[in-house]
Design a protein. Sequence first.
Length: 134
Amino acid sequence: DARGARRVVQLGTLTAAGASAAVALIVILLRVPLLDDLYGHPYRAAAGPLAVLSVGMVCYAAFASLTTAAVAWGRPKVYAVAIAIAAALETLGFLVFGCRTLMTAGLVYSASIALSLLFVSVLLWARPLWTRVA
Protein backbone atom coordinates (compact mmCIF):
# COMPACT_ATOMS: atom_id res chain seq x y z
CA ASP A 1 0.00 0.00 0.00
CA ALA A 2 0.99 3.65 -0.40
CA ARG A 3 1.78 4.20 3.29
CA GLY A 4 4.11 1.22 3.42
CA ALA A 5 5.83 2.25 0.21
CA ARG A 6 6.28 5.81 1.45
CA ARG A 7 7.75 4.48 4.67
CA VAL A 8 10.25 2.25 2.81
CA VAL A 9 11.45 5.18 0.66
CA GLN A 10 11.68 7.55 3.63
CA LEU A 11 13.42 5.08 5.94
CA GLY A 12 15.75 3.92 3.18
CA THR A 13 16.77 7.47 2.37
CA LEU A 14 17.18 8.42 6.02
CA THR A 15 19.20 5.28 6.70
CA ALA A 16 21.51 5.87 3.72
CA ALA A 17 22.01 9.51 4.66
CA GLY A 18 22.38 8.71 8.35
CA ALA A 19 24.96 5.97 7.82
CA SER A 20 26.87 8.21 5.43
CA ALA A 21 26.70 11.08 7.90
CA ALA A 22 28.13 8.86 10.65
CA VAL A 23 31.06 7.83 8.44
CA ALA A 24 31.50 11.43 7.26
CA LEU A 25 31.64 12.66 10.84
CA ILE A 26 34.40 10.18 11.65
CA VAL A 27 36.31 11.15 8.51
CA ILE A 28 35.88 14.86 9.27
CA LEU A 29 37.02 14.46 12.86
CA LEU A 30 40.02 12.29 11.95
CA ARG A 31 40.87 13.74 8.54
CA VAL A 32 44.30 15.17 9.40
CA PRO A 33 45.72 12.01 11.01
CA LEU A 34 44.03 9.85 8.35
CA LEU A 35 45.63 11.79 5.53
CA ASP A 36 48.96 11.93 7.34
CA ASP A 37 49.01 8.19 8.08
CA LEU A 38 47.69 7.05 4.69
CA TYR A 39 49.46 9.44 2.35
CA GLY A 40 52.06 11.34 4.34
CA HIS A 41 52.57 14.84 5.69
CA PRO A 42 52.27 16.67 2.32
CA TYR A 43 48.61 15.60 2.04
CA ARG A 44 47.54 17.40 5.22
CA ALA A 45 46.62 20.36 3.01
CA ALA A 46 43.72 18.28 1.66
CA ALA A 47 42.04 18.13 5.09
CA GLY A 48 39.66 21.03 4.40
CA PRO A 49 38.54 19.79 0.99
CA LEU A 50 38.11 16.27 2.41
CA ALA A 51 35.67 17.64 5.00
CA VAL A 52 33.68 19.46 2.31
CA LEU A 53 33.61 16.39 0.07
CA SER A 54 32.47 14.26 3.02
CA VAL A 55 29.40 16.48 3.39
CA GLY A 56 28.84 16.26 -0.36
CA MET A 57 28.87 12.47 -0.18
CA VAL A 58 26.18 12.52 2.52
CA CYS A 59 24.03 14.51 0.08
CA TYR A 60 24.91 12.03 -2.66
CA ALA A 61 23.81 9.09 -0.49
CA ALA A 62 20.35 10.64 -0.05
CA PHE A 63 20.26 11.59 -3.75
CA ALA A 64 21.16 8.04 -4.82
CA SER A 65 18.56 6.52 -2.51
CA LEU A 66 15.73 8.76 -3.72
CA THR A 67 16.59 8.49 -7.40
CA THR A 68 17.01 4.71 -7.20
CA ALA A 69 13.55 4.52 -5.63
CA ALA A 70 12.21 6.66 -8.48
CA VAL A 71 13.75 4.36 -11.10
CA ALA A 72 12.39 1.28 -9.31
CA TRP A 73 8.97 2.93 -9.18
CA GLY A 74 8.98 3.35 -12.95
CA ARG A 75 10.03 6.99 -13.06
CA PRO A 76 13.59 6.86 -14.48
CA LYS A 77 13.32 10.41 -15.80
CA VAL A 78 13.62 11.66 -12.21
CA TYR A 79 17.17 10.31 -12.06
CA ALA A 80 18.03 11.37 -15.62
CA VAL A 81 16.91 14.96 -15.08
CA ALA A 82 18.41 15.21 -11.59
CA ILE A 83 21.85 13.92 -12.59
CA ALA A 84 21.80 16.22 -15.64
CA ILE A 85 21.04 19.15 -13.32
CA ALA A 86 23.92 18.13 -11.04
CA ALA A 87 26.28 17.89 -14.03
CA ALA A 88 25.15 21.25 -15.41
CA LEU A 89 25.54 22.92 -12.01
CA GLU A 90 28.98 21.40 -11.54
CA THR A 91 30.07 22.54 -15.01
CA LEU A 92 28.68 26.01 -14.39
CA GLY A 93 30.39 26.12 -11.00
CA PHE A 94 33.76 25.25 -12.53
CA LEU A 95 33.27 27.82 -15.29
CA VAL A 96 32.37 30.55 -12.80
CA PHE A 97 34.71 29.70 -9.91
CA GLY A 98 37.39 27.70 -11.70
CA CYS A 99 39.04 24.71 -10.13
CA ARG A 100 42.43 26.05 -9.18
CA THR A 101 42.19 24.71 -5.65
CA LEU A 102 41.01 21.48 -4.09
CA MET A 103 38.68 23.45 -1.83
CA THR A 104 36.96 25.12 -4.78
CA ALA A 105 36.55 21.79 -6.54
CA GLY A 106 35.12 20.21 -3.37
CA LEU A 107 32.71 23.09 -2.81
CA VAL A 108 31.50 23.04 -6.42
CA TYR A 109 30.92 19.27 -6.36
CA SER A 110 29.20 19.32 -2.96
CA ALA A 111 26.99 22.28 -3.85
CA SER A 112 25.95 20.74 -7.18
CA ILE A 113 24.85 17.46 -5.63
CA ALA A 114 23.18 19.24 -2.69
CA LEU A 115 21.16 21.42 -5.08
CA SER A 116 20.24 18.41 -7.19
CA LEU A 117 19.11 16.59 -4.02
CA LEU A 118 16.97 19.62 -3.21
CA PHE A 119 15.45 19.44 -6.71
CA VAL A 120 14.64 15.72 -6.32
CA SER A 121 13.20 16.27 -2.85
CA VAL A 122 10.91 19.08 -4.01
CA LEU A 123 9.89 17.13 -7.12
CA LEU A 124 9.03 14.01 -5.13
CA TRP A 125 7.25 16.06 -2.48
CA ALA A 126 5.11 17.69 -5.18
CA ARG A 127 4.51 14.41 -7.04
CA PRO A 128 5.22 11.46 -4.75
CA LEU A 129 6.34 8.15 -6.22
CA TRP A 130 3.31 6.31 -4.91
CA THR A 131 0.81 8.48 -6.82
CA ARG A 132 -0.30 7.42 -10.25
CA VAL A 133 1.13 9.37 -13.15
CA ALA A 134 -1.18 9.74 -16.13
